[in-house]
Design a protein around this ligand. Structure first.
Ligand code: HEM
Length: 403
């Protein structure tokens, strides 16, 4: 008897090389219309969109909804589906005008100008962490010593969350980002985090302070937000604010350590060279690597394919960011690339709110680490590094380095 093979590829696929998206994805991008059905964890078959122009067009298309409660929405995991049905959705899973109402309340805090004011704090935090690393054990784990505490400390400062609680919120965030988490574990992690943040909002209402939790508490006081809504926004900022940037720092460092010539540009380069290098790392690594998830609210066409209302769509930014139609030698890391209009921060109305902050942290962290430790090296081969395939944010669980 011949085995019947499923003609619909499973998504996400396993990576071959830990630094590249699965080769099969590039095949879909190049050998078909770039839009095809894939099978996801629940057996459903949403469309996968792989080309840069199509992904950008889709991200800007109001007929594609980010509302995870709609039928047909291709949730990334069972736990994520269960959670989105809960009472405390954050605005990343809403459509305009509802989404815009919440985003508008925060947007002023994340402008490039506003974030630039955090430069001294980020520089000081980087120096302190590198001092502590120099004084600590050698070899060490770069994730725990530097990559994770930097964005955690910064987002704590911005929000007004006590960093002393970092083991609590980092642990719960990990459960939320883990695509293999069970429904109960994820629901508990989400509830605990949100209760914790709601508690801090209440503290701010009693004793106002000039931080983001204070600003959210003011909105609650003015009747513009409920406590649940305020803490849902705070949760989104807290989790998105440290998981993504931490993984970019660690995976970006590993990528550079494999390429001494490129590393040299980041270590010795001027501000413009460092800025370009950070954009290139964002592009090639695309740590939010399991696609932006949407569902069609009307029939529409993408890459010549008709997508019907109610069908799910996965926008593979990780493949779009390697599209040869947009970049020459897209699989090569070239920190000296010029214009780099990648979609690592998404595009359209949900484009990353925290991108000025992420950029500031990465532009300071990468060169500072390499200048401080010119002999920085990884102590194990790649085959012994635990890559985060099962997490919604890609990267490494740990990075043993000597300096
Ligand atoms: C290198 C680091 C980061 C990467 C790669 C990243 C990536 C992304 C992506 C791809 C989206 C779009 C989601 C979608 O379209 O469905 C997004 C949205 C978002 N990000 Fe980031 N992010 C990073 C850092 C941050 C930081 C530091 C913060 C907060 C301080 C943050 C807060 C947010 C928020 C609030 C949204 C939702 C925006 C909306 O729905 O309007 N992110 N991010």
């Amino acid at each position: 008897m011949t085995a019947v093979t499923d003609p619909v590829p499973t998504y996400p696929m396993a990576r071959g090389c830990p630094f590249d998206p699965p080769a099969e994805l590039a095949g879909i991008r190049e050998e078909s219309a770039g839009v095809t059905r894939v099978r996801i964890w629940d057996g459903s078959t949403p469309w996968l969109v792989t080309r840069y122009d199509d992904v950008r067009a889709a991200l800007a298309d109001p007929r594609l909804s980010a509302d995870a409660d709609r039928d047909g929405y291709p949730a990334a995991s069972r736990a994520r589906r269960a959670r989105s049905a809960g009472r405390r959705r954050s605005f990343i899973m809403m459509d305009d005008p509802e989404h815009a109402r919440y985003r508008r309340m925060l947007v002023g805090e994340f402008t490039v100008r506003r974030i630039e004011r955090l430069r001294p704090l980020v520089e000081r935090t980087v120096t302190e962490l590198l001092d502590a690393m120099a004084a600590g054990e050698n070899p060490t784990d770069l994730v725990q010593a530097f990559a994770l505490p930097l964005p955690s400390l910064v987002i704590c400062h911005l929000l007004g969350v006590p960093y002393a609680d970092h083991a609590f919120f980092e642990g719960r965030s990990r459960v939320l980002v883990d695509l293999t988490s069970g429904e109960q574990a994820a629901a508990a992690a989400s509830d605990e985090l949100q209760d914790y943040l709601a508690g801090l909002v209440r503290v701010r209402r009693a004793a106002p302070r000039d931080d983001l939790l204070g600003a959210l508490a003011d909105r609650v006081g003015a009747g513009e937000l409920t406590e649940d809504e305020a803490s849902a926004s705070a949760l989104l900022l807290l989790v998105a604010g440290h998981e993504t940037t931490a993984n970019m720092i660690a995976l970006g460092t590993l990528t550079l350590l494999h390429r001494p010539d490129q590393l040299g540009v980041v270590r010795d380069g001027d501000d413009a060279q460092v800025r370009a290098a950070v954009e290139e790392l964002l592009r090639v690594l695309t740590v939010t690597h399991t696609g932006r998830r949407r569902v069609a609210t009307e029939d529409l066409e993408l890459g010549g394919v008709t997508i019907r209302a109610g069908e799910g769509v996965v926008l593979a930014a990780e493949t779009a960011n390697r599209d040869p139609r947009q970049w020459e030698h897209p699989d090569e890391v070239d920190v000296a690339r010029g214009t780099n209009r990648h979609v690592a921060f998404g595009f359209g109305v949900h484009q990353c709110l925290g991108q000025p902050l992420a950029r500031l942290e990465l532009q300071i962290a990468h060169p500072a680490l390499l200048r401080r430790f010119p002999d920085l090296r990884v102590t194990v081969p790649d085959s012994q590094i635990a890559f985060r395939d099962e997490m919604a944010v890609y990267g490494v669980h740990a990075l043993p380095v000597a300096f």
